[in-house]
Design a protein around this ligand. Structure first.
Ligand SMILES: Cc1cc2nc3c(=O)[nH]c(=O)nc-3n(C[C@H](O)[C@H](O)[C@H](O)COP(=O)(O)O)c2cc1C
Length: 222
């Protein structure tokens, strides 16, 4: 038998099945109202909200519990301006030269383009980094890094949504500039930039983004 320290299971709240179904449906009803926001106002969001969301993200499961993520929370005007300049430059190249036609066709219904003023108006940007290497030299690599960081970021988005904060997952390509602005080592890979704040009064959502596949299409049951 493997030797490891074990702690007693911390019981979840005792519910009956009816209550479990009701809670699952209540969470569904709330999370299903999340929509990506692409026009943010300047109204501030308390740092405590971002801290709680990052703690929630940090509670995520991860391969071998390596927690292979780093979140850089950015509120400073100078850093946000630097990110906007770099992101818009990459996006201009992307839309004009790099994007294959099929990709442009896929994003056309979303109405996205290279201008990203929200990178400066939104009160918070959170750069999400994947850590391919562990801290200790004895265990140099992490496992299931992308999967783990994706799950943690999902929890981050869900927590921000529960707090009434609008978000956008933004992925300007390539995102190397985020290592420079956030002063992160080359061994870390920037995966996503989460924009968080309150929607601007003129914010709209593309109809195409709200269309979700039905359960029958995304699931099979054996
Ligand atoms: C990994 C990932 C990358 C994304 N990158 C961008 C992006 O660079 N720019 C953008 O406007 N939206 C981006 N999105 C948002 C998607 O376009 C959006 O989630 C999708 O259209 C569904 O809309 P919804 O989030 O409102 O449900 C990204 C989403 C994910 C998960």
């Amino acid at each position: 038998m493997a030797e490891h320290e074990a702690l007693p299971w911390q019981p979840y709240p005792e519910l009956n099945d009816e209550a479990r179904i009701a809670r699952a449906r209540a969470f569904l009803a709330e999370i299903a109202t999340r929509r990506s926001c692409r026009a943010f106002g300047e109204r501030p969001v308390p740092r405590e909200v971002i801290e709680a969301a990052l703690r929630a993200a940090g509670s995520a499961p991860s391969g071998a519990n390596r927690q292979p993520w780093h979140f850089c929370a950015i509120a400073g005007a100078e850093a946000k301006a630097a990110i906007r300049v770099a992101a818009e430059e990459e996006e201009r190249h992307f839309y004009a030269n790099r994007a294959p036609r099929s990709w442009l066709d896929a994003v056309r219904p979303l109405g996205t383009h290279a201008d990203k003023p929200f990178l400066e108006t939104a009160p918070w940007l959170i750069a999400v980094f994947a850590r391919r290497l562990a801290d200790e030299e004895a265990v140099p690599r992490n496992y299931y890094v992308t999967e783990s960081v994706g799950i943690a970021t999902g929890i981050l988005l869900a927590t921000l949504h529960a707090a009434g904060i609008a978000t956008l997952v933004h992925t300007p390509r390539p995102m190397r500039f985020l290592n420079r602005v956030c002063r992160r080592p080359d061994s870390e890979k920037a995966l996503m930039l989460i924009v968080a704040g309150h929607p601007a009064p003129e914010a709209m959502i593309p109809a195409a983004g709200s269309m979700k596949k039905p359960l029958e299409e995304i699931s099979s049951w054996l």
